[in-house]
Design a protein around this ligand. Structure first.
Ligand code: UT7
Length: 330
């Protein structure tokens, strides 16, 4: 086993075509465009059609990332799908492997809610660092619209569907400069998509659970409080591990949950607004997809350039949170 560096050499994204505007939201729940915009920064979200699959969305994003990386699907050693909304509870990564024709790749799912992409990045990095794999396709994809209570105005205005992907490759120098991951299950009850058991008796004395997953429930105020406190701290720790100062950071790339959270975190870290990447207005909170989706847009728009230093941070259910500092490109 050799110790190798990591480069992130391609990105891609995909979103469903159908959009749900704040105006349209007003037909569903008692809300207003003004409330949603001022409290969250969101103007619209993309929503997957009834027959659409997470795997197809993730496959589209992956194809774009693979093309930018200049490799072929058969070069991929590992496909890591981070999602909380697979098409199949057994996992959806293998369906993506088949659709891409990535015959050589091992494929599996990883769940860490809105921190999924960040946790996936660090997990994938370990396989590359140890020399086990050379090319990893890391995907963040979610269709939370399947699990939103469309009558709960406190949550339904926030979420949208999407997918983003990156190709990570073994490299002579390490461009993943530092990271820090955290979990706190004692705060788990603040944000859930939980299973509710319904008992069914098979034979006398033997019962099984034949329940169903419930809609997303969230204590928005507590999650907000947690985010503005914990995210700057974890970014600080990742910067320390990377031996990078905040002034050296070119882009602050946070999980796109709420514009007010983005602003508060940037302010606490003393990072100027023009370095904060935001696409919340167009997509809302796309959970595990939000970081790679925003990354891909910024790369394709020419904002993020080769060698730029990115401070990325994800946070959400678990509770989980984490940060990674990396240089974009080869
Ligand atoms: O990716 C996972 C991470 N999740 C997050 O980061 C979410 C973090 N939390 C938040 O972003 C914010 O807490 C929310 C955007 C969810 C809510 O904003 P808030 O400023 O914390 O509002 P609130 O929950 O304190 O509600 C204020 C008022 C309430 O009315 P009263 O009790 O003051 O009369 C709510 O009922 O706003 C009301 N409200 C709404 N009004 C219009 C709640 N949702 C809506 C709505 N439209 N959609």
């Amino acid at each position: 086993m050799q110790n190798t560096g990591i480069a992130i050499i391609g990105s891609g994204s995909a979103v469903p075509t159908a959009c749900l505007s704040n105006q349209a939201m007003m037909d569903l729940v008692d809300t207003s465009d003004e409330w949603i915009k001022t409290r969250t920064g969101i103007s619209q979200r993309h929503i997957a059609a009834a027959g659409a699959t997470l795997s197809a969305l993730a496959t589209d994003a992956s194809r774009n990332a693979i093309a930018m990386a200049g490799i072929s699907a058969s070069d991929i050693d590992l496909i890591l799908l981070t999602t909380s909304t697979p098409d199949d509870l057994f996992g959806s990564a293998c369906q993506i492997q088949a659709a891409l024709g990535a015959d050589k790749a091992v494929a599996f799912d990883l769940t860490a809610a809105c921190s999924g992409f960040l946790f996936g990045l660090v997990t994938a990095a370990q396989y590359i660092k140890t020399g086990v794999f050379q090319n990893v396709l890391l995907i963040g994809a979610d269709v939370l619209s399947r699990w939103v209570d469309w009558q709960d105005r406190g949550t339904c205005v926030l979420f949208g569907d999407g997918a983003g992907a990156v190709v990570m490759q073994a490299n002579s120098s390490d461009r993943l400069l530092g990271f820090k991951l955290k979990s706190d299950g004692s705060q788990n009850h603040y944000l859930n998509l939980s299973y509710a058991a319904d008992s069914q008796e098979l034979t006398p004395g033997v019962t099984v659970s034949k329940g169903a997953y419930q809609a997303i429930t969230m204590n928005g105020k507590e999650v907000y409080r947690f985010a503005v406190q914990s995210v700057p701290e974890v970014i600080d720790k990742a910067l320390f591990n990377a031996q990078i100062s905040t002034e050296q950071v070119d882009w602050l790339l946070l999980h796109q949950a709420n514009q007010r959270i983005l602003d508060a975190v940037a302010q606490r870290l003393d990072i100027p607004k023009h370095k904060v990447i935001s696409n919340l207005a167009q997509y809302g909170n796309t959970s595990a997809a939000s970081i790679p989706l925003a990354l891909d847009e910024a790369v394709r728009a020419g904002k993020i350039q080769n060698n730029d230093i990115i401070a990325a941070s994800g946070f959400g259910a678990g509770l989980t949170w984490g940060a990674a500092i990396f240089r974009w490109g080869r």
